[in-house]
Design a protein around this ligand. Structure first.
Ligand code: NDP
Ligand code: 8X3
Length: 253
């Protein structure tokens, strides 16, 4: 992957940040998106010191105009994106479908579905023109089956699966590849965001079980991206060893 150009959304934390480090370690150049400009600049400084080129592209992925402006601002070699990692995503709360906040769910749907689709719509045409590219979507085990209090989040990740499968069909007559990486429990800032900053509740999610790390997922993303060109890793479900489904895990308490 040396010299390849990787565009990662939500690169300021967790899985996205770990992917940035992994690709940088393997010599790839990076376009890093996020909302936290300070964090983006710190990451850029760290990764450029490893000898790769990094462009930061700060925008809220829910803002389509800002996304358009950012993508249109890419010039020359920065337009030649080899891998798009659609990673930015979140969930807010664990409310029942008939009780939760429609405004919060708009944020989740706009980020996890509409922004992923808009990024795909803006970046993939260039890949088709160049006859080169790979779209890696970060889905979730949550997209495989609904769980209590997860209905909207699960729906968004089911949508990521459908969008990934649909795109793979639409691109079947091209050399482009589409991968849906579906993690189980990964300890990142995800649960802190889900529980609206309550660190104790977030920590309890991983009580008695060794969760995956962002780095574990970055290894999977890198594996898919670096597979030989005739190999398309369509979907990967990756869980901690003591997790069996979205709702079944063994806690050693
Ligand atoms: P983190 O909260 O650690 O990271 C999420 C990243 O997405 C942050 O950089 C965050 O930036 C960014 N982001 C969120 N909203 C926006 C936005 N509107 N515009 C730009 N960036 C945004 O969580 P994870 O690393 O765990 O999550 C990454 C992906 O992995 C998500 O799609 C999540 O659904 C998925 N996933 C996570 C699992 C887990 O157990 N952790 C399991 C399965 C899937 P900011 O800090 O500004 O909010
Ligand atoms: C995050 C994993 O199990 O909390 O996508 O939904 S889970």
């Amino acid at each position: 992957m040396k010299g390849k150009l990787i565009f990662i959304t939500g690169a300021t934390s967790g899985i996205g940040e770990a992917c940035a480090r992994k690709f940088a370690d393997m010599g790839s150049n990076l376009i890093l998106n996020g909302r936290n400009t300070e964090k983006l600049e710190a990451l850029k400084k760290e990764l450029t010191a490893r000898g790769v080129e990094v462009l930061t592209l700060p925008f809220d992925v829910r803002n389509r105009e800002d996304m358009r402006r950012a993508v249109d601002s890419l010039e020359g070699k920065w337009q030649q994106i080899d891998v798009l990692v659609n990673n930015a995503g979140l969930v807010l709360g664990m409310d029942k479908e008939h009780e939760g906040s429609l405004d919060e769910w708009d944020i989740v749907i706009d980020t996890n579905i509409k922004a992923l689709l808009a990024m795909t719509r803006m970046i993939v045409p260039g890949m088709v023109e160049r006859q080169r590219g790979h779209i890696i979507n970060i889905g979730s085990i949550a997209g495989d089956a609904a769980y209590a209090g997860g209905s909207v989040y699960c729906a968004t990740k089911a949508a990521v699966k459908a969008l990934s499968d649909g795109l793979r069909i639409d691109l079947v007559d091209t050399p482009l590849r589409v991968t849906n990486v579906k993690p189980g429990m990964v300890e990142t800032n995800f649960s802190v965001v889900r529980f609206r900053g309550d660190k104790d509740k977030a920590d309890a999610v991983y009580n008695g079980i060794r969760p995956l790390t962002g780095e574990d997922i970055a290894e999977v993303v890198y594996y898919a991206a670096s597979a030989p060109e005739h190999v398309q890793i369509a979907e990967v479900l990756v869980m901690p060893t003591y997790q069996a489904t979205g709702t079944v895990c063994h806690r050693q308490l």
